[in-house]
Write a protein that binds this ligand. Sequence first.
Ligand SMILES: N[C@@H](CCC(=O)N[C@@H](CS)C(=O)NCC(=O)O)C(=O)O
Length: 216
Amino acid sequence: MITIYAYDWVPGFAKGMVRDYRVRWALEECGLAYQVKTISHTHKLTDEWKSKQPFCQIPVYEEGDLTLFESGAIVQHIAEKGDILLSADPVAREQAKGWIFSALNTVEPPIAQMVATTIMYRKEDWYKGAMTAQEIMIRDRLAHLANYLNGREWLVGAFSAADLLMASVLRQLDSTDWVKSDSVLGPYQKRCLSRPAYRKAIEGQMADFTGSAPPH
Ligand SMILES: N[C@@H](CCC(=O)N[C@@H](CS)C(=O)NCC(=O)O)C(=O)O
């Protein structure tokens, strides 16, 4: 049985955004059965948890002898099981893997930086300058992505793990209109997020928030 680990509680702004939904989404797309175990923010700091996830984070995936962390690696592992999330065609399959890296290693870093700056440094006097610099970098990446996607339905052939991860990355910009208002990226994002497997993944995550805030 596949087991994935998620949090039992997160603050309101993070609900529906925690990265275990990326893994749930992949499992739902592939129709694979799985169970979810939840952990607390106190438990994530224990040595026991660090033996599964050295950076005290979630998600973690277990299947038989395999324990895996990093949501991108987990989604790729799930996709590798068949040809639902990675094409059976060997060329398209490898190209989609390239786009997995592109989503996580080219497009996500400036976005993740902006999200982290917003959460942690909003009160600093350099905050506005940092946000402006990050916006420039993000918009540059988005422009190149839109240019590539123009005229294409998906990143490589049919919907793949690369689209799943790219859409997950773009979701972090939901508080802006940078994706929504773009004539290519807006509809692309909609196509990805209208998939029933995505909806199930988000609903699953929301239903598993049964814990309470950690003591301060
Ligand atoms: N690169 C990691 C990042 C994981 C990550 O950022 N997890 C967040 C939840 S979305 C977390 O557990 N944060 C708690 C912390 O960093 O203390 C992945 O994609 O799995």
